[in-house]
Design a protein around this ligand. Structure first.
Ligand SMILES: [Zn+2]
Length: 325
């Protein structure tokens, strides 16, 4: 077992002295829909504040996922309910909301709000301003379906790319200082955004298609494009994106190392999808287990400088490059 090696202690020590970032989880939905105990902890789900602290996490991105039945004003209202859910948890335990570049330099647990599916934006820049004012700093343009901005990757045989309104919205997000997240977007839209974008791009939770051929994974060309933008890809623990059999830490590492091989060390990060998945890789059963992944990489000879980038420095760089203050 990895925990019995000295690497586990070294991993935990490293987590405490660098900023560890997880760019995607669905914990807010669990809090809202199931009463998941987030601020004070729970034995259920994958993420809560005590377990994040135990793992030495620096920043947890909390996604407000738009369930596919909501569109238009209902999607905006549902998103506000999810953002309000975070603020109610924040009051319970004085949680740190990270919205400014200077907040990224503080070595203490903090949270970034993101959207998974821009349906709540309704293709309207005023909604984007309102979401920014509410604290949102990253927006996934689509989930699997269609919205005003673009098509997700499960829209029929020939999904569309960025719409005219979508182009305006992407420009507005980047001008305000919101990271544009391309996980879930159909490939045609991915390339439209790459052509339009003026800032480093992100895929908050996506893996490598060359390692495991899954519709949600990125081709090598897409990995190179994110790298060329100065962006980052959060390797995710969704079992079906990792392998055909139930994966373990070794499969997560295969995706990490392939992305590094294709795009370089500056493009790789983490985006667990904890609390959005029913099963997890063996060895990464919840957020408190992250040191096991770091320890396994140390055992494979990863240097501290490389681990620091993977664990969070690449995400911090992309947030800083996009955020305007
Ligand atoms: Zn997702």
């Amino acid at each position: 077992m990895i925990e019995t090696t000295s690497y586990h202690e070294s991993a935990l020590a490293l987590h405490k002295r660098v900023c560890v970032v997880d760019a995607h989880c669905d914990t807010i939905s669990l809090v809202l829909d199931d009463g998941h105990m987030f601020a004070h902890g729970s034995h259920e789900g994958h993420i809560d504040v005590p377990r994040l602290r135990e793992a030495g996490m620096g920043i947890q991105v909390l996604a407000c996922w738009n369930e596919p039945q909501w569109s238009g004003h209902a999607a905006f209202a549902r998103c506000m309910e999810k953002i309000g859910t975070f603020y109610q948890e924040q009051r319970k335990a004085d949680l740190r909301l990270v919205t400014r570049k200077a907040d990224l330099d503080v070595l203490d647990l903090g949270f970034i709000l993101s959207l998974e599916d821009a349906a709540p934006c309704m293709g309207n820049t005023r909604h984007i301003d309102a979401l920014y004012a509410a604290g949102v700093r990253m927006i996934g343009l689509t989930w699997n379906g269609r919205n005003e901005i673009a098509d997700g990757l499960k829209v029929g045989d020939k999904p569309g790319g960025l719409t005219d309104v979508g182009r305006i919205c992407v420009g507005h997000m980047q001008a305000l200082g919101i990271v544009v997240d391309l996980s879930h977007i159909a490939e045609v839209g991915f390339w439209d955004v790459v052509a339009e974008s003026t800032k480093p791009l992100a895929c908050s939770h996506s893996n490598a298609k060359a390692v495991h051929d899954h519709i949600r994974n990125l081709t090598d060309a897409q990995i190179k494009a994110i790298a060329a933008s100065g962006g980052v890809i959060g390797v995710t623990y969704v079992p079906s994106f990792l392998s055909t059999e139930r994966p373990g830490i070794a499969e997560v590492i295969r995706h990490i190392e392939h992305i590094v091989e294709v795009g370089g060390i500056d493009v790789v990060g983490l985006g667990s999808d904890f609390d959005g998945i029913q099963t997890t890789p063996v060895g990464l059963e919840d957020c408190s287990r992250l040191p096991a992944l770091t320890a396994a990489l140390m055992e494979r000879g990863w240097k501290e400088a490389e681990l620091t980038k993977l664990l969070g420095a690449n995400w911090v760089r992309v947030f800083k490059a996009n955020w305007t203050c």
